[in-house]
Ligand binder design. Structure first.
Ligand code: FAD
Length: 484
């Protein structure tokens, strides 16, 4: 193994001094992500600090860095926007390199004829979306972290946005992309609307969470942007079971609202829904696209909702106003830090998915399990959930849990609260036949269940790791469990 100083010297030789950062506060921040946001607020950093954060200028530099790391067995943690929530950015190995693509931030081409946009991995999604909107176009990708996240991370995590019911997740948007593998190979999958030339190799790269390769460039589809036609509808529902039924009927009937969300009363209350729907669940839809399609979608939803005698319509303008302020930029991150410091209260989410026939059992079983088995239930200040991404065959569930950490030092927050709550959600979901991760990625905290999630298909995933990263230098502990 090379010494820390030798790693820094070699990196400086490869990319120049300005691109290699070794300041201790930067290294500390780059040893964690938002899974350890509580500890970060109190300045507690317990993981090994990386040897350096390196900011390559282009794919050739990424290739040189990876080749060097591969030759010497140095762990590399890819990064772009830094909004990861599942430990994917944690440097669990001594003297890791954080490979930060945020300087690769060029929009390469907006092509309104081919309806394609190509950008480097470090382009911020909000910046990119604002640029394509100047052409009357949209990418259709709008995760809540749009002001923070960048293209590389968005593709690497299989992210999804609030308009997914119409546009799909990032996997439905990526047309082609460029990535660099640990042996230094730079690969480009070309942009074509479809092909039948063997398996779809885009999917080796999309969702790899930096555990197989580094994504340098992405080409996405574009759509026409019609914000003037947007419609909002919402209904107060008596319970989650009937909410899932109505949601399922709308989706399986063939309607494609861009946004479809169902909140339980507890989760809804933290958004102020108890003001207009106290103790009720709230189901909401947004229609988007050409005017006749939006009208037909709204009419169809109205017709289906009318068959549910227990629902009460809610003024769509309230929902529109709330929805327009949902995204998180850097200022909200700072506000949250202050709030944690002041109140010693924090909150996390765990997102899963299931087919229509098991989604309600997952919802019920998780809440029952936590209420029954979680030993610090008195510290929970919120336990609820919502569905925000629906498909022909099922939907997702975001479990939301807040808790007071007044009784334990911040170092013990993970072991006392977050890890056991996350585990109960994952276990109950897998037991009922769902998937343990819907869109945040496995990171480092759901790896104990990667094998169980994939069953006999884990063979395929495991072989990909062996073939593309035989020396195990890519983001150790992410997706693939590290054998102790
Ligand atoms: C407030 C908030 C709201 C969020 N809302 C959503 C949401 O609505 N939908 C959603 O899907 N997610 C959401 N997330 C999670 C997060 O924003 C997404 O996972 C996002 O895709 C991460 O992008 P990033 O650029 O910040 O990636 P990073 O945080 O930098 O990295 C994320 C993961 O991808 C890997 N990675 C990063 N760049 C590369 C690269 N170039 N090549 C290979 N691997 C790479 C990293 O190693 C890490 O494992 C939210 C997060 C926050 C904090």
């Amino acid at each position: 193994m090379l010494s820390r100083q030798a790693i820094v010297d070699q990196l400086t030789h490869l990319v120049g001094k300005d691109r290699v950062i070794t300041d201790e506060p930067v290294l500390r921040e780059n040893s964690v992500d938002r899974y350890r946001k509580v500890q970060a607020v109190f300045g507690i950093y317990e993981l090994p600090l990386p040897a350096a954060v390196v900011k390559p200028a282009d794919a050739a530099q990424v290739s040189a860095i990876l080749k060097f790391a591969d030759r010497h067995g140095i762990n590399c943690v890819p990064k772009t926007g830094g909004s990861a929530t599942e430990g994917g950015l944690e440097t669990i190995v001594k003297n890791s390199i954080v490979l930060d693509g945020s300087d690769m931030n060029r929009i390469i081409e907006i092509n309104p004829t081919a309806m394609l946009v190509t950008a480097q991995c470090g382009v911020n999604l909000e910046v990119l979306e604002n640029q394509v909107r100047r052409h009357g176009l949209t990418i259709g990708h709008s995760p809540q972290s749009k002001p923070l996240a960048m293209m590389g991370g968005l593709v690497a995590t299989r992210s999804i946005g609030q308009f997914s019911t119409l546009y799909g997740g990032i996997e439905d948007m990526v047309v082609g992309l460029e990535a660099v593998f640990p042996d230094g190979e730079i690969t480009r999958i070309k942009n074509v609307p479809r092909r039948a030339c063997g398996p779809d190799i885009r999917h080796v790269i999309i969702g790899n969470e930096g555990a197989l390769c580094f994504i340098t460039e992405i080409t996405l589809k574009l759509y026409r942007y019609y914000p003037e036609n947007n419609s909002f509808q919402a209904y107060a529902m008596p319970n989650m079971s009937s909410g899932f039924d109505l949601l399922r009927e709308v989706i399986t009937a063939g309607y494609r609202p861009s946004m479809a969300r169902l909140y339980d009363a507890q989760d809804g209350a933290q958004h102020g829904f108890d003001q207009f729907a106290p103790d009720r669940c709230v189901l909401m839809f947004m229609g988007e696209g050409p005017a006749p399609i939006v009208r037909a979608t709204a009419d169809g939803i109205e017709e289906i909702a009318a068959r549910y005698p227990d629902q009460d319509p809610i003024d769509g303008r309230i929902i529109e106003n709330w929805f327009n302020h949902l995204n998180w930029g850097p200022e909200k991150v700072m506000e949250e830090r202050e709030l944690i410091r002041k109140t010693l209260n924090t909150g996390f989410t765990t997102e899963v998915s299931g087919n229509w026939d098991c989604i309600y059992p997952i919802y019920r079983n998780v809440l029952d399990r936590i209420q029954r088995d979680f030993p610090h239930g008195e510290d929970l200040t919120l336990l609820g959930g919502h569905s925000s991404h629906s498909y022909q065959t099922g939907t997702n569930l975001y479990f939301v849990y807040d808790y007071n950490i007044k009784k334990c030092p911040p170092e013990q927050e993970l072991a006392t609260y977050h890890i056991p709550l996350n585990a109960m959600i994952v276990e109950e979901t897998l037991k009922a036949g769902g998937s343990m991760v819907h869109h945040h990625g496995i990171g480092k905290y759901r790896t104990p269940w990667t094998r169980q999630e994939h069953g006999s298909a884990y063979y395929i995933l495991d072989r990909l790791k062996q073939v593309f990263d035989p020396n195990g230098i890519m983001n150790k502990g992410t997706i693939f469990p590290v054998d102790k």
